[in-house]
Each structure stands twice: as structure tokens, then as C-alpha cells.
Design a protein around this ligand. Structure first.
Ligand code: HEM
Length: 226
């Protein structure tokens, strides 16, 4: 208990929750990439998810708990840092080696807050179709929710497509520093592994953010669903 009430313990929790969220993003991107294949494939994928019923609700509660743990502990660590050094650094330079001070690391709180604002809007738009009844379609003889139409319709608007692409670019920045920093905070890195994991952080950020950026732009410019 004492461990989790210390800054080191909170950093550990932020990192652990962050790594679990990367796992969610990999699965979420994988599922969303079926949007690029066909309306039927994406809708039957989301229909299968919805048919999990109580198991899907359980997974959503666990996911919400992970998001909350990540956000609350990250904000607490940030506040503790501010309290310890209220004036910030006179010069924002990296000391090299394990310090790894970059634009991505300094902007973690800003990119994190952007994602925090994005998430409820995103879920309201797609999961709840902005409070409107969802359209439906017949697939393999079954009437299922046409989530494809909701997503494609939203991305037809260039402001929404480019707004999403911009937030996904910032997600890439968050992951660029976050992935490496999470493993470091969890004590998983010795000095020899550090450069490797730092490079891996860049690959994870490019693949995930790149995949998420392609979706709105492709759906907008390919005229999908027309
Ligand atoms: C281009 C980018 C994205 C697209 C097209 C997309 C698409 C979707 C869609 C269609 C849903 C509704 C799923 C359903 O009702 O079955 C959804 C839900 C959700 N998305 Fe995304 N998403 C994107 C990016 C993200 C990102 C970056 C995050 C996290 C940082 C995220 C987190 C979530 C969450 C937490 C849910 C609710 C899941 C649930 O309750 O089952 N999404 N997304």
C-alpha cells in the first residue's frame, strides 16, 4: 500500500496502465482497419463484439478502470512534480542518457489532456451516434447495426476527418515518449536494453498513430460509402 502512495508507485501504475492501453489500441486499430475492407466486414466485426453481451460490458468496465488509473495517477505525478519545482527548468535541455528530454516528453501532459477531451466526444459520436437511433443493414440474413455508415458519414465532413487526423498525430507524440517511459518507470529497463526500447517506442508510435491517421483521411478522400 505504501508503495502505491509514493511517487515511484504512482509512476509504476501510470506506466502499467499505459502499457495495457497500448494493448487496447492495437486491438482497436486492428478492428477499425476492417473499415478499409468493406461495410459488411466492419459491421459483422462490431456485431460479433456486441453479441458478447455481459462479457463486453465487463471488458468495458475494466477498460474504463484502466483509463481512470492512467489519468488519475499521471495527473498526481504531474502535480507532485510542479509542487517540487514550481518554477520549472530555466533551460529545457536533455541531460542525455536516461533523461531523454524531448518535445514529446515535455508535451506529455498537453497531448494527454487533448486525448482526455477527445475520448468522451469520440464515444458519444460513434458508440452512441450522438444520441440518435443507429441505422441498420441486413448482413448474412441478419439485421445488424450499421456502424460503418455512422463512421463514414462523420468522416465525410473534412473538419472531422482532419480533426481526427490531428488528434491521432498527437496520440503518436504521446506514445513516442509514453511507451518507453512506462517501461522505464516499471523498472523493466536496464541500461543495455534502453536504446532498443527507446527505438521500439518510435516504431509503436508510428505504426499506431499512422494506422489511426490513415482511417479518417482514407474514408474521406476515397469517397467510401458513396
Ligand atoms: C481514426 C481513429 C478511430 C476510429 C475510426 C475509431 C472508431 C471507433 C468506433 C467505430 C467505436 C464504436 C464501437 C462500438 O460501438 O462498437 C469506437 C469506440 C471507442 N474508441 Fe475508438 N476509434 C478511433 C480512435 C480511438 C483512440 C485513439 C482511442 C483511445 C485513445 C479510442 C478509444 C475508444 C473507446 C474507449 C471506445 C469505446 C469502446 C467500447 O465501449 O466498447 N478510439 N471507436
Amino acid at each position: 500500500m505504501k508503495f502505491y502512495s509514493s511517487t515511484v508507485g504512482r509512476k509504476f501504475l501510470t506506466g502499467l496502465a499505459g502499457i495495457l492501453l497500448v494493448g487496447f489500441l492495437v486491438v482497436h486499430l486492428g478492428g477499425n482497419l476492417t473499415l478499409l475492407v468493406s461495410q459488411g466486414l466492419f459491421n459483422s466485426y462490431t456485431h460479433h463484439l456486441e453479441s458478447l453481451g455481459i462479457f463486453l460490458y465487463a471488458a468495458e468496465i475494466v477498460l474504463l478502470a484502466i483509463f481512470l488509473a492512467h489519468i488519475v495517477t499521471a495527473l498526481m505525478v504531474q502535480l507532485e512534480k510542479r509542487r517540487a519545482r514550481p518554477r520549472g527548468y530555466a533551460v529545457n535541455a536533455s541531460k542525455g542518457g536516461p533523461s531523454k528530454k524531448t518535445l514529446a516528453s515535455r508535451s506529455m501532459i498537453v497531448t494527454g489532456l487533448v486525448l482526455l477531451v477527445f475520448l468522451p466526444i469520440h464515444i458519444w459520436m460513434f458508440k452512441f451516434n450522438q444520441g440518435r437511433p443507429s441505422p441498420s443493414m441486413t448482413h448474412d440474413g441478419k439485421v445488424i447495426r450499421d456502424l460503418y455508415a455512422i463512421v463514414v458519414d462523420a468522416f465525410r465532413n473534412p473538419a472531422i476527418a482532419w480533426g481526427y487526423a490531428t488528434v491521432m498525430f498527437l496520440l503518436g507524440f504521446h506514445l513516442r515518449h509514453g511507451f518507453w517511459s512506462a517501461l522505464q518507470s516499471m523498472g523493466a529497463l536496464n541500461r543495455r536494453l534502453m536504446p532498443l526500447v527507446y527505438a521500439l517506442g518510435l516504431v509503436v508510435a508510428i505504426l499506431l498513430a499512422g494506422g489511426f491517421i490513415i482511417l479518417p483521411l482514407w474514408l474521406h478522400y476515397s469517397g467510401a460509402g458513396m
